[in-house]
Design a protein around this ligand. Structure first.
Ligand SMILES: Cc1cc2nc3c(=O)[nH]c(=O)nc-3n(C[C@H](O)[C@H](O)[C@H](O)COP(=O)(O)O)c2cc1C
Length: 427
């Protein structure tokens, strides 16, 4: 073999000099984006995104519960152009995927929520802004994203809570989702260890680590202060030292202390009166509560355990999907998040009865690793993986996946059960 033939065979790529393009080109999975984010971010910031509550039992369970499902494909079906699209709230979307609300997004990258919106807008996939987002309701709407949702944390101050809902309506948000699992803040053990608390209690180790990520800090210092523009600061009570300026922004007040732990079903009824568009509740909602919510006029149940960041030990969300679907039937849409890291997870969730999946950390890893291009990479990876899974399963559309769900997606511990049930004589 001649040298030129060897060169042709190997096709050496020139090194990519643009750091953003390099990260995108080298990221072939969400885990790759996670590792790139780990390298870019100071440890305390990475842990804030990556960590869960207490012993992180639920965070791990979200993954192991998804991995409990195995596939039994159909063979010899034409899958040359699979239709991945689904309809949600009367509008079609190109794939059953959305972006969950996440607070403090500008802490990952100065592009923040606007960067996430710009990256996801061309896909038309829904993106929810958190009440504690670091971009205002109006500024995010100004990006022109076609499907923005607003995630509401109910505050003790109901007048203020209502003003948030009205602002989202005025700004043209499509849906409102009320978080029902955050009336009390979860105990994020890694944040406590790193001193990323309110007020911050940074340890020497954390400060030294900050020095190792100068590019991150230079970008942060050059961009506007991190703030929570949707949440009007409350005057700190007399003698309270915690409300002053700090490294994370103008006012590191513990906003979660203003969330209302007394929020109840009557409040949900009130939120329904305030908001005329699609209304969802977001949390680890069981079947009975889901039915009650639907009877109250809720349009969607967003099954979520906050990615294992709230009640540690709570059920993995994939295990709620089928019971909730059986309870509410087709009267409500069902969304699922927490632990989705691959398109195959989306196929499992849909087979169990979800309409779409949403993700939190996957796009945040992308944002931290490569800004808006990293967010887009995370979306593209998940959609491509979902497409390949659907094709390899031998189905040509999401409708077909649903139709044959229980033959295609089996429980790992007893995959033979499906054939046994098929063999059972009809009673
Ligand atoms: C850094 C971070 C911040 C979050 N902030 C919020 C928030 O402000 N409001 C909310 O409803 N959920 C919030 N979540 C939860 C997400 O909406 C979503 O439920 C969760 O990330 C899904 O799990 P996954 O990260 O495994 O995809 C946050 C999650 C992360 C990782």
């Amino acid at each position: 073999m001649r040298l030129s033939e060897v060169r042709d065979l190997i096709r050496l790529q020139p090194p990519e000099l643009d750091p953003v393009k390099r990260v995108v080109a080298r990221s072939h999975s969400i885990e790759d984006l996670r590792q790139a984010a780990r390298r870019k971010l100071p440890r305390a910031v990475f842990d804030y995104v990556d960590g869960g509550a207490d012993a992180e039992i639920t965070m791990a369970a979200n993954r192991s519960a998804l991995e409990r499902w195995v596939f039994q494909p159909q063979i010899l079906h034409d899958v040359s152009s699979p239709d991945l699209s689904v309809e949600l709230f009367g509008r079609r979307m190109m794939a059953p995927l959305g972006l969950s609300p996440t607070g403090y997004t500008r802490m990952m990258n100065p592009a923040g929520e606007a960067g996430v919106a710009m990256a996801s807008a061309p896909t038309g996939l829904p993106y929810a802004l958190s009440t504690v987002g670091s971009t205002s309701i109006e500024d995010l709407a100004a990006t022109g994203h076609p499907r923005l949702w607003f995630q509401l944390y109910p505050f003790r101050d109901r007048g203020f809570t209502r003003s948030l809902v009205e602002r989202a309506a005025r700004a043209g948000y499509e849906a409102l989702e009320v978080a029902v699992d955050t009336h009390v803040a979860g105990n994020r053990a890694r944040d406590v260890h790193n001193g990323l608390t309110v007020p911050p209690q940074l340890r020497v180790r954390t400060v030294l680590d900050i020095g190792r990520h100068l590019a991150y800090w230079t970008a942060m210092v050059r961009s506007p202060m991190l703030s929570f523009p949707n949440v009007v600061p409350e005057p700190a009570p007399e003698g309270d030292e915690t409300g002053g300026s700090g490294p994370w922004g103008e006012s590191v007040v513990d906003i979660s202390a203003r969330f209302d732990p007394s929020v109840d079903w009557d409040d949900l009824y009130e939120f329904r009166q305030w908001w005329s568009g699609p209304l969802l509740i977001k949390g680890p909602v069981g079947p009975d509560d889901a039915v009650r919510a639907v009877e109250m006029g809720v349009d969607g149940i967003h099954l979520s355990n906050h990615g294992g960041r709230q009640l540690d030990g709570v059920v993995a969300t994939i295990d709620l999907v089928r019971p909730v679907r059986e309870a509410v039937g087709e009267r409500a849409v069902i969304l699922m998040d927490s632990g989705v890291r691959h398109g195959a997870d989306i196929a499992v969730a849909l087979a169990r009865g979800a309409d779409i999946c949403t993700v939190g950390r996957p796009y945040l890893y992308g944002l931290a690793a490569a800004g808006p291009a990293g967010v887009r990479r995370a979306i593209d990876l998940l959609v491509e993986q979902f497409r390949r899974t659907v094709q390899l399963l031998g189905v040509a559309s999401v409708a077909e996946l649903r139709q044959h769900a229980d033959q295609l997606v089996l429980e790992r511990s007893r995959p033979e059960a499906v054939w046994q049930s098929l063999e059972e004589p009809a009673r």
